[in-house]
Each structure stands twice: as structure tokens, then as C-alpha cells.
Design a protein around this ligand. Structure first.
Ligand code: GRF
Length: 216
């Protein structure tokens, strides 16, 4: 078991509320955040990390001629950081198969929908437009397929008639901030695995909708 030694690199692009939840949890958990990398120099998440004395790094995709060059820069830095796990937390760049396959089984994402429904962006808006009664969030392993890797956990929220994308996003975010640290702590405790595009918790194959969250 990697008690207290799971080194996490968090990749962000924006506000960083999930990063905040991971940082808050890390002070009393079995993982620590080694570095926060943003492709966006204006990410508020960078300030959040600095406030917690966590190393930050900007790798601005706009300064590279190609996706390949950007990802190469990212990989060089990740090699230096040498994390046990990479957590995408609102990282708004689509990663190439080459990048993803390099870290396969060691890279997670949080996505604001009940995958496989609503991959991609603007999920809250699309859920409202489709008159869904239920929405939620998924934490999943990252694979070549965009938002398509095996789900580890999902949490559902209701959708109300008067919801706006903002009210719905707030309801979903509350769940996000609970489940992401939980999944990372499972990984840190060596309880999670991925094989043949399937996710396992404690050696048990997880169903398509991921593990059931129990109070631990
Ligand atoms: C979250 O909704 C997350 O699910 C998605 O991007 C958003 C990031 O928000 N991947 P924040 O930057 O963590 O506040």
C-alpha cells in the first residue's frame, strides 16, 4: 500500500474547485499533490494551489505550434514530477491517443454527466434542453476515447423545471467535490485498477455506472 506516498499531478484550465477539493482532502489523506499544471495562465486554480504552497506550472498550448509539441512539453514536465497519478480536473484540452496511452491506468478525469450520456462540453445546458429529469457526474479512467474510459464512480442529481445551467452546475459540483477525492484515495490505497478497458475496485469488476458510494 502506498500510504501517504501517492504523488498526484493535477491538470487544470479554469476555476479549480475540484483542485480545491483535492487539496483540502489531501491534508488528511493518503495522497499528496506534487504539482498543478495549467494550460491557461489565467486559471484561478493556479492561485488556489499557490495559496497552499503547491508547485504550479503553466504550459500554455497557445505557445506551441502543434498539439504534439504541447503534449511533448507536458510529458517532459510530468517526467520530472514523476507522479503516481494524473488527475484531470477541468483540463480543457483533448489529449491525443499517444499521450493518453503513455499514462494509461494512471490518469483520471471528472466529467459533469452520467457517462456515456453527454460527453463533451456544455453538458448542463444540453441536459436541460433534453428535458432530462436526472443528471450527474462521473469519475473515469482516461482512455483514447473522449470521455469514454471506464467509469469508476457516478453520482446522480435531480434536474428541476426551473434549473438553469448554473443552478444545475452548482448541484453537480457539490457531488464532484465529494467523489473525486474519494476515488483518488482509492487509487492511492491501491484499490483501483484498469485492465482491458474495464475498471476494478478491490479486484471486483465495476459495472458500467461505476462503484456504489458507501460511507466509509
Ligand atoms: C467540472 O465541472 C468538471 O467536472 C469538469 O470541468 C469542471 C471543472 O470545474 N471536467 P473546476 O475548474 O474544478 O471548478
Amino acid at each position: 500500500m502506498k500510504t501517504n506516498h501517492c504523488k498526484l499531478a493535477v491538470l487544470i484550465s479554469g476555476n479549480g474547485t475540484n483542485l480545491q477539493a483535492l487539496m483540502d482532502a489531501s491534508f488528511n489523506s493518503n495522497f499528496k499533490i506534487s504539482a498543478v499544471i495549467s494550460n491557461n495562465p489565467n486559471s484561478f486554480g493556479l492561485q488556489r494551489a499557490e495559496k497552499n504552497n503547491i508547485a504550479t506550472l503553466v504550459i500554455n498550448h497557445k505557445e506551441y505550434d502543434s498539439k504534439q509539441a504541447f503534449e511533448q512539453a507536458l510529458m517532459i514536465k510530468l517526467k520530472e514530477i514523476n507522479p503516481d497519478l494524473i488527475a484531470l480536473a477541468g483540463f480543457m484540452r483533448i489529449l491525443s491517443p499517444n499521450f493518453v496511452n503513455h499514462y494509461v491506468g494512471k490518469i483520471l478525469n471528472i466529467h459533469p454527466s452520467l457517462l456515456p450520456k453527454y460527453t463533451g462540453i456544455n453538458t448542463h445546458q444540453r441536459v436541460i434542453e433534453a428535458n432530462e429529469s436526472e443528471h450527474g457526474v462521473s469519475v473515469h479512467y482516461v482512455t483514447e476515447e473522449l470521455d469514454g474510459g471506464p467509469v469508476i464512480v457516478q453520482e446522480k442529481v435531480p434536474v428541476f423545471n426551473d434549473d438553469t445551467p448554473e443552478t444545475l452546475a452548482t448541484r453537480v459540483a457539490e457531488k464532484e467535490h465529494i467523489i473525486y477525492p474519494k476515488v483518488v484515495s482509492w487509487f492511492a490505497a491501491d484499490r483501483l485498477a484498469m485492465a482491458a478497458n474495464k475498471a476494478y475496485l478491490d479486484q471486483e469488476l465495476l459495472p458500467a455506472g461505476g462503484a456504489e458510494i458507501k460511507s466509509e
